[in-house]
Design a binder for this molecule. Sequence first.
Ligand code: SF4
Length: 339
Amino acid sequence: MLLTWYHIHARPLPWRDAPEPYATWLSEVILQQTQVATGTAYWHRFLDHYPTVEDLASAPIESIMGLWKGLGYYSRARNLHAAARAVVHNHQGELPILAKDWQRLPGVGAYTAAAIASICHGEPVPVVDGNVQRVLARVFDILDPVDRKAGRDAIRSWSEALISREDPGSSNQAWMELGATVCKPKNPQCGKCPVQVGCLARKRDTWSARPVKQAQKPPVAMTVLFRVSLRQRKNTREWWIERRPERGIWGGMECFPATMEEESAPTGCDGKAILGPFEHALTHRKLTGWFVLDSGAQIAHDGQEKPNGEWVPVEDDSRAWPRMVEKALSELRTWAVKN
Ligand code: SF4
């Protein structure tokens, strides 16, 4: 019933036509935190620039980050690149087949691995994303919070029991599609749902309370101080930017030197405030940003310019900045050319 519904109602997405592992992998990574409409354009752009895993592996990370610009969650792009390099250098360019082998690649979790292995190779491993979680929590009226072990285990058991052995790829996609298009968080269209007859939440009218989730901790309030250092080179106004450490917030991205504190006001810098306070929300943090002028931001403890940075024209638009900084860039540029 569900598979029949899927084959009739599935949205025509380009990577579904003739699923191929590299293109499917790209689509899964791009769509992890991105709407389908936006993600599709990026997917085409990536395949045009890097048609094979070898092309992706040999591309400079700066080019990949540039192409990723606007998608956010840049660790996905860095992991994609690292995984492509691992495939080329350690596996002669052969992409894995089994889900467990996909999971050995950087950034490939259980969800992505199961999606590729089931869709491209017919391995019967269930895919559990937020959509599947919601649908199953409703169909079986699961009371355990799905963000805790008992709830996760219940969802996992049901998804393993329900996956089609004949066509696991379509089966996985059908549950995801059902959650994305019919069993939506608000106003599920139960009258059009292929599993409505067996759905306990529909029968008991509990759908609006499923899935149950444990109360999340409130986000931690933090202050970020961005230190902007400027110089004039002939007719060009330049500022100093540096690559952030791979681990941690905005890992590997280029940005003004920045420090983050659990404080309500900036400390540790006497520089003139350029812009602030500037609000930005992350999943677990509520950030308040200040941009300050600091002519020594590029200097390391040894008195030399830091090795992880460079002077770039303030008009340079090719960098992948953290979203928080990107929102302030046009105002900062206007300020920088006047000062
Ligand atoms: Fe969701 Fe309604 Fe279908 Fe149940 S019947 S799975 S609540 S859309």
